[in-house]
Design a protein around this ligand. Structure first.
Ligand SMILES: Nc1ncnc2c1ncn2[C@@H]1O[C@H](COP(=O)(O)OP(=O)(O)OP(=O)(O)O)[C@@H](O)[C@H]1O
Ligand SMILES: [Mg+2]
Length: 252
């Protein structure tokens, strides 16, 4: 149990296999993300980026080494502490067949209307919600109002702002969003990641450039690390990825 989570995340000699006969999906990963700092994880498809992010909220457990939060092995934390400490914004957002307000309050049951609006504003989705015929009472989901992918993502961001976790894991969408939506999503993400430890599985160069630290994965190994400038200067894998663009920027 941790009373006051600061949010330092450490991967210590992490190894991971989905099945014990196969080759490791992650091997000898050593990365520290200081509390409040940001890490961008980049690399080709299948290199283990999403898998690495799963180890923090314990969607999976390491098969070697450990992942720590403020120095405590995440396996030694109770699920409640971990769930409160780590927020995940993934590519798939689930909305309940309920009102927008209820979908947001799922993250914070006692949130006032004002808090809902503030979170939705920061997530760049308030104006859209307010313009619906029933506003925040609009029923969403399967048989209700359908939000687009970019809108759903911003609702998920609003939810996470309400939950206010010290650690954030973001799996950036690879799907192409139109420029205006992408800009809105980016602003929402910037609002969300301020003052939090942020681990982003990054595809957009704009996100990656701003990260305190970039780790390049290749076949489960951290082959390069540094800032955008440092890695460009090295002229290695990262520089090649940036120049080739294809792995970093969604194709349109
Ligand atoms: N549930 C699973 N069971 C078995 N193998 C898996 C599972 N999920 C992923 N893998 C394998 O683990 C490797 C790493 O997958 P991962 O999803 O972490 O890659 P990624 O870097 O996130 O790729 P992408 O950029 O396409 O999202 C891949 O070879 C993938 O096939
Ligand atoms: Mg992935």
């Amino acid at each position: 149990h941790l009373d006051q989570v600061k949010g330092e995340i450490r991967f210590e000699d992490v190894e991971f296999r989905y099945d014990d006969k196969g080759a490791p999906i992650l091997d000898a990963i050593d990365v520290t993300v200081p509390a409040g700092g940001s890490l961008a994880v980049v690399g080709p498809t299948g290199s283990g980026k999403s898998t690495l992010s799963y180890l923090v909220p314990r969607l999976y457990d390491v098969t070697g080494g450990r992942v720590t939060l403020d120095g405590v092995d995440v396996r030694d934390l109770d699920f409640d502490t971990l769930a409160r400490a780590v927020g995940v914004v993934s590519q798939e957002t689930y909305l309940f067949h309920a009102s927008v307000a209820e979908n947001l309050r799922f993250a914070k049951p006692d949130a006032t209307e004002e808090e809902l609006h503030t979170a939705a504003r920061a997530a760049q989705i308030h104006d859209h919600i307010a313009a619906l015929p029933d506003g925040y009472d609009t029923v969403v989901g399967e048989r209700g109002h359908r939000f687009s992918g970019g809108e759903k993502q911003r609702l998920a961001i609003a939810r996470t702002i309400l939950r206010d976790p010290p650690v954030l894991v973001l799996d950036e969408a690879t799907s192409a969003l139109d420029t205006r939506t992408e800009h809105a999503v980016q602003e929402a993400i910037d609002a969300l990641s301020a003052n939090r430890t942020t681990i982003t599985i990054a595809h957009r160069l704009s996100t990656i450039r701003g990260a305190d630290q970039i780790v390049v994965l290749d076949a489960g190994r951290a082959v390069e690390r540094g800032t955008h400038e440092e890695l460009l200067d090295q002229g290695g894998r990262y520089a090649a990825l940036v120049h080739r663009d294809a792995q970093l920027e969604p194709t349109r």
